[in-house]
Design a protein around this ligand. Structure first.
Ligand code: AMP
Ligand code: MN
Ligand code: MN
Ligand code: MN
Length: 275
C-alpha cells in the first residue's frame, strides 16, 4: 500500500494548495495521505474534500514545532481532530510565537544590510498567520541573495547566520498532550535531522514516550537509506510505531516526491496498523 503521512501545503510552507497537493498525490499513486502543515490545520478541510472526490483515504495531520533541551524538533500528530479546542489553542500560541520571531528576523536582516525581507516574506506566505523561514528563503532567492532555497538557508537562516533568531517553541509535553487531547497519535518527525548524540537521542525518545508519544518516522525524505535502517532499529528498541512520509513541500524544494519513498521494513509495527 502506498501511504504518505507527511507533507505541506500553502496553509504552511508548501508550494501547492491543499487540493492541488492531494491531486498530485493521486497521480503519484498514493492511497492514504496525511497533510501535516506546520502548527496549523486550516488546509485539512480542502484537502479532505479533494481526497474524497478522488477516492483516496485522507488522514488529518499537523506538524508541531517544539523546543527540547534547546534544540528544535518536530512532532507530527496523525488522526487528530482539527476542531478540538485544546489542540486549536495550543497551535494558536505557537503561531503567535512565529509572528514575533518573523518580526525579529526582519529586524536582524535589516541590521545586516538586507532591508525589506519581512515584507518580502509576507508576500510568499499565503496564510498570513503562518510565516516560516521558508517564506524568507523564497524572498531572498527572488532578490538574488543566493541561487536557491538550500543555499539561502546556509548563508542566512541557520544558527550563526545573520537572519537566524533563536526561538522557544512549544514544550515536548505540551505538543504531545495537544495531539492526544484531540484523539491523535504523536510521531517524532525526521529524527535523523536532529544530529543528537546517541545518549541525547535516547533521552529525548524516553521522554517522548513518557509523555505519551507513540511513533517515529523511519522512512522520510530527510533520511538516507542507511538512516532507514538506523531508525528502524531505534523504533524496535523503543517500542515505537513506525511512520513513512515524504515531507514534500513542492517542486525544487523537496528531496522526495509524494508517495515515492520505499516501504517500511516488514517487521515494524506501522502507525496505521489499527486504522
Ligand atoms: P521554520 O519552522 O519557520 O523554522 O522553518 C523550517 C522549515 O524550513 C522546514 O520545515 C523546511 O521546510 C525549511 N528548511 C529548514 N532547513 C532547510 C534547509 N537547509 N534547506 C531548505 N529548507 C529548509
Ligand atoms: Mn517546512
Ligand atoms: Mn519538519
Ligand atoms: Mn515537515
Amino acid at each position: 500500500m502506498n501511504i504518505d503521512l507527511h507533507c505541506h501545503s500553502t496553509a504552511s510552507d508548501g508550494l501547492l494548495k491543499p487540493g492541488e497537493l492531494v491531486a498530485r498525490a493521486v497521480v503519484n499513486g498514493v492511497e492514504v495521505l496525511a497533510l501535516t502543515d506546520h502548527d496549523n490545520v486550516s488546509g485539512l478541510v480542502e484537502a479532505r474534500a479533494q481526497a474524497e472526490s478522488q477516492g483516496i483515504r485522507f488522514v488529518n495531520g499537523v506538524e508541531i514545532s517544539v523546543t527540547w533541551e534547546g534544540s528544535t524538533v518536530h512532532i507530527v500528530g496523525l488522526q487528530i481532530d482539527p476542531e478540538d479546542p485544546v489542540l486549536r489553542s495550543g497551535l494558536e500560541s505557537v503561531r503567535a510565537g512565529r509572528a514575533r520571531r518573523a518580526e525579529k528576523m526582519g529586524e536582524a536582516l535589516d541590521a545586516a544590510g538586507i532591508p525589506g525581507s519581512l515584507a518580502g516574506a509576507r508576500i510568499y506566505a499565503e496564510n498570513p498567520t503562518l510565516i516560516s523561514r521558508s517564506h524568507f528563503a523564497r524572498h531572498l532567492v527572488k532578490t538574488g541573495r543566493a541561487p536557491n532555497v538550500k543555499s539561502v538557508f546556509q548563508r542566512y537562516l541557520v544558527k550563526g547566520k545573520p537572519g537566524y533568531v533563536p526561538h522557544q517553541w512549544a514544550s515536548l509535553a505540551d505538543a504531545v498532550s495537544w495531539i492526544r487531547a484531540s484523539g491523535g497519535i504523536a510521531v517524532v518527525a525526521h529524527p535523523g535531522r536532529y544530529k543528537f548524540p546517541k545518549p541525547e537521542l535516547h533521552a529525548f525518545l524516553a521522554e517522548f514516550r513518557d509523555c505519551g508519544g507513540a511513533g517515529i518516522e523511519v522512512v522520510t525524505g530527510s533520511h538516507s537509506p542507511e538512516q532507514y535502517l538506523e531508525f528502524a532499529r531505534v523504533a524496535r528498541k523503543f517500542g515505537l510505531r513506525a511512520s513513512r512520509g515524504s515531507d514534500y513541500h513542492g517542486k525544487g524544494e523537496s528531496k522526495a516526491d509524494l508517495g515515492a519513498l520505499p516501504q517500511l521494513p516488514d517487521d515494524l509495527s506501522p502507525v496505521w496498523r489499527d486504522w
